[in-house]
Design a protein around this ligand. Structure first.
Ligand code: HEC
Length: 172
């Protein structure tokens, strides 16, 4: 009897460690699938690489949070376009730590056509309107884009690469 009860904490300790290891293994197995396009081990273009990882060969692209214009926003700083706008670029409602967020469709053809948003018609954007939204965080009418859309400190080459990928999303 005595021996049994002395062993109980040890057994529970082992059980907890096993649960922890299984949990970590599950997270580790899931994480790469969230960042890698289904079935593709490598990216087809620099634009796709940026869309899926938020960076390229030169490293992670610096960014700050739009709307409130604050920098250093912890976890949000690690998110790539795909996490919010989706693999197909269509956006939708995405659950985040501070509630549900409405994410716009950023396929090139959608942005460059007139569309209705919250009951009003948004005129077609030009390619430079799209670039300004991504880099400077402004809509063509001068309104700042709301959080959690980051402002991306991209070079012209990175901007045209990611916009090129948004054109590829048109087919999806
Ligand atoms: C953390 C989530 C998040 C990430 C990451 C993100 N976006 Fe956004 N994006 C948003 C939200 C939310 C909006 C809408 C903001 C608003 O309505 O003011 C938006 C708006 C946009 C718009 C303007 C579209 C419109 O109709 O207003 C473009 C273009 C865009 N994002 C491109 C990108 C690209 C390219 C990347 C990656 C380099 C990216 N976004 C990463 C959340 C995100």
């Amino acid at each position: 009897m005595r021996r049994m009860s002395n062993r109980a904490p040890l057994i529970w300790g082992i059980v907890l460690i096993v649960i922890g290891l299984v949990g970590m293994a599950a997270l580790w197995a899931l994480a790469p699938t969230a960042l890698t396009p289904a079935g593709i081990g490598t990216f087809s273009s620099n634009g796709q690489l940026i869309y899926y990882t938020g960076g390229d060969a030169s490293g992670s692209i610096p960014r700050s949070l739009g709307g409130s214009r604050m920098t250093g926003f912890g976890m949000m700083g690690n998110m790539a376009c795909v996490v919010c706008h989706g693999e197909d670029g269509r956006g939708g409602r995405v659950g985040m730590m501070f509630g549900t967020v409405e994410i716009p469709d950023i396929r090139y053809s959608s942005l460059t056509s007139p569309r209705s948003e919250a009951g009003t018609t948004v005129p077609a954007w030009s390619e430079s309107d799209i670039a300004r939204a991504i880099r400077d965080g402004f809509e063509p009418n001068g309104q700042p884009l709301k959080a959690p859309m980051p402002m991306w400190d991209m070079t012209d080459a990175q901007l045209s690469a990611v916009i090129g990928y948004m054109k590829e999303l048109d087919g999806q």
